[in-house]
Design a protein around this ligand. Structure first.
Ligand SMILES: [Mg+2]
Length: 280
């Protein structure tokens, strides 16, 4: 890929100095909406958990495990969305972070392995009409032949990157921004919690990894700069410090590392992890 043309990238329209990319399920939401759908409308928790484990152990890729789960859900699509809007809770501090980001010209881009219509409906329910100012990139839904998505057994998932084992390879979008010329390339943040974020972890300047999740061990092992967050109030606090020049991305990554080494990141520090804090 050559040098990217900034005009072609929607989050570059306002010439931001910072962009915040984020995962959706388990990061903005408190529960995973796809797990909820599979557990409550599809074949249930037991088989879903087994597929999660198989995925972590590389026995099946994320795309195929996710398709398998979604195919067990036969409810009309509008009914699925309503069930999720009624049951999925979002991090209570996310809306405040988002308003701050809007006021400070920091575009928020959601990169998700879930389906766009679900994510948009949930965001709308929480942050109201301003949710339309957030770019959402995820997978899609399509009607099965001869059916409409809002009838029983009428829909199926359509992957953004069907050729990728991730279904949606988050690094593709991130590279469009990270390959911008140095003088206009914004500082890139990313927040995530799990397996679907591994393809994104290496591509940004600072990764906010959710406390107590496997993503932290992965970052420590792979020397990816990260800091730990518990909820979006932590993210807001740290971003404010960085934007106001009170803290650098490197400082934040060092703090994340120290928290991890001291056992304060909610995961057990591994002996094999790199000996130094990650820095870019
Ligand atoms: Mg997640």
């Amino acid at each position: 890929m050559g040098v990217q043309n900034a005009a072609a990238l929607s989050a570059m329209k306002t010439n931001p100095k910072f962009i915040f990319f984020t995962d959706f399920d388990g990061t903005i939401t408190l529960q995973d909406s796809n797990d909820y759908m599979t557990d409550n409308l599809g074949y249930g928790r037991e088989r879903r958990r087994q597929l999660n484990i198989d995925c972590l152990e590389d026995k099946i890729n994320f795309r195929d495990s996710f398709r398998d789960m979604m195919e067990s859900v036969k409810n009309p699509y509008n009914e699925c969305i309503q069930t999720l809007v009624d049951n999925i809770k979002l991090d209570p501090y996310f809306a405040g972070f988002f308003q701050w980001a809007l006021a400070n010209n920091i575009p928020v881009v959601v990169l998700s392995s879930g389906m766009e219509p679900v994510i948009k409906a949930l965001l709308h329910a929480l942050v109201g009409p301003d949710a339309d100012k957030m770019e959402v990139l995820g997978n899609f839904v399509k009607a099965r032949p001869g059916k409409s998505i809002n009838e029983e057994g009428g829909w199926e998932i359509e992957f953004r990157h069907p050729e990728s084992g991730f279904g949606h390879d988050k690094s593709v979008c991130l590279r469009e921004y990270s390959s911008l010329p140095e003088d206009i390339r914004p500082t890139m943040f990313y927040a995530g919690d799990g397996v679907s974020d591994l393809s994104a972890a290496r591509e940004t300047d600072l990764l906010f990894a959710k406390k107590g999740h496997d993503l932290i061990s992965y970052c420590a092992r792979e020397n990816v700069p990260f800091t730990v967050f518990e909820d979006w109030s932590t993210i807001l606090e740290k971003c404010k410090e960085i934007v106001e020049g009170k803290c650098t991305v490197k400082d934040a990554a060092r703090e994340g590392w120290e928290a991890y080494k001291a056992g304060a990141a909610g995961v057990k520090p591994e002996n094999g992890a790199a000996a130094k804090p990650a820095a870019k």
